[in-house]
Design a binder for this molecule. Structure first.
Ligand SMILES: [Fe+2]
Ligand SMILES: [Fe+2]
Length: 177
């Protein structure tokens, strides 16, 4: 359902309501971090094996910073926007369950990287480095696609479907952190 634009017959004009614009404004900074993590992961994945433990430690630090920034963003979406939309369009079998599943898959992959990194960093080899960097490439690919779906489908849908009062009610959560 999220792969087509049929749900958005009339693209609303920007700027959207402030509650949604707050989420949109957080995407470029997160995307820049995602691009850096993807590029670094790909170098390792494709065989740049000099100083592997240093490179992976740097990647791990980038991921820690990224998680610090994306967690509150995901919490705002899950705790406020997705809930408000789910009340109108339901959850199962629709865009909200797709978006939540993508959040969960990304979180699972990042947690797996962190667990494996902790276990493997002192005995790192090319094969383990490939598994670690591959997990992050997959995570970033999911999130690149996810951000685009939010910007092109979910946020316009929210702008169109939620009333001004419903959107106003989201602002305290959106602006709280
Ligand atoms: Fe999201
Ligand atoms: Fe988002």
């Amino acid at each position: 359902m999220l792969n087509c634009h049929s749900m958005i017959e009339n693209m609303p004009a920007r700027p959207y309501h402030e509650a949604i614009e707050i989420l949109i404004a957080e995407h470029p900074g997160l995307r820049a971090q995602m691009e850096n993590i993807y590029i670094k992961s790909k170098l390792i994945y494709t065989g740049d094996t000099n100083n592997l433990s240093d490179k992976l430690s740097e990647l791990n630090n980038m991921l820690v910073n990224f998680i610090t920034d994306i967690e509150p963003h995901a919490d705002k979406e899950e705790g406020a926007l997705f809930e408000a939309l789910a009340k109108l369009i339901g959850r199962e079998g629709g865009p909200i369950s797709v978006m939540e599943a993508e959040h969960n898959t990304a979180k699972k992959l990042m947690r797996r990287f962190q667990a494996n990194y902790g276990e493997w960093i002192n005995s790192i080899d090319g094969e383990k480095a490939k598994l670690l960097s591959g997990d992050l490439m997959e995570t970033m690919n999911i999130l690149f696609d996810h951000f685009t779906k939010e910007e092109e489908i979910l946020f316009p849908l929210a702008e169109n479907l939620l009333t001004k009062a419903e959107k106003d009610a989201l602002i305290p959560i959106m602006a709280s952190y």
